[in-house]
Ligand binder design. Sequence first.
Ligand code: ACO
Length: 375
Amino acid sequence: MPDPGFKAGLEDVVAGLSDICFIDGKEGRLVYRGYNAVELAEKASFEEVVYLLWNGKLPTRAELAELDRELKANRTLAEPVQSALNSLPPSTLPMDALRTAVSVAGIYDPDAHANDMEANRRKAVRLVAQIPTMVTHFERVRQGKAPVAPDPNLSLAENFLYMLHGERPRPSHASVFNTALILHADHELNASTFSARVTAATLSDMYSAITSAVGTLKGPLHGGANEQVMYMLQEIGSKENVKPWLERAFAEKRKIMGFGHRVYKTEDPRATVLRRLSRQLGEEANDLRYWEMLREIETTITASKKLYPNVDFYSGSAYVLMGIPIEIFTPVFAVSRISGWTAHVLEQYAHNRLIRPRAEYTGPTHLDFVPLDQR
Ligand code: ACO
């Protein structure tokens, strides 16, 4: 019999104290440092939210200008990071390329051998500034195109779309992307943030912690779900096919990507905003095909199962309409979540204790050793 306190997957286990992010799973409310994330997504810039997550307060105009200056000054990748990305085979998965680039960047970081708070703040700035460049650099190389240098006149959201496409984004795309970045910025002890904190808690360096986080985000049960939603839509093909497709999927006990959540027992508030934005971009492009299929899936599932859409359900359809390739949806998640990961790593260093849980052993304990020639 397992220990009565055992929870598979650490469900509902409180594994640390944090004042960065609060999720009210019953009410469907997400809070960053005391502020409603949905309100921040509607009113703030991603840079303001980065400042908020790191510092626990909204920046003044001067503080924001200083962070913005630092971020813009640090967007260019060190030459060895560019070479590493250029040398990867085109078949490399973009998340694997990102994980590799973060690891290489750690070697060439000017503070590589320092682990004090100030050095770690500088590393956090470089990571937030450079992950967008890593993602877009590799994507363009993968497509056989020359990478586009960052433009210091553009915000982080605008510059990402600019480096991806080689042209300045429309204001509506930049605005929706800024909102999406804010909505994905942090989410308490989600799997990737937890793995970053476990690594940091050994007093390993920030780049190692973020490399762990990128590897964890990649999985289809976590950040990889947004890509899977789009592949599901492609497989379903049309609104009319939704119901028979879902019936088959349920009969086969398949999981529907973009549905369900460990913490939310109601609708994920991020999905509420992204549903609206996905529709807005669809109307703008006169292409509501994906949006209508998503709505049909959602109404069918919520009517028959107690499952609600999560952040990944509507985000992909908005990204596609902004011209973001499906293969980089999960790296795009990292472009945002790096803000939360670094905030958590800084918090972990500030109040550190090694994270080392126990396992309940379920195997035999007193076997007699049998010599090799007698087995
Ligand atoms: N489709 C169908 N059934 C589901 C789904 C789903 N998406 N999610 C949960 N369920 C069902 C399970 O089959 C299970 O039913 P059962 O008790 O009859 O066996 C029950 O709901 C509980 O599901 P678990 O998988 O045990 O819940 P858990 O908390 O471990 O997992 C998770 C949460 C991983 C998000 C799960 O809902 C899932 O796999 N969803 C699809 C993947 C996805 O969208 N991931 C993105 C999450 S958000 C993020 O990481 C950014």
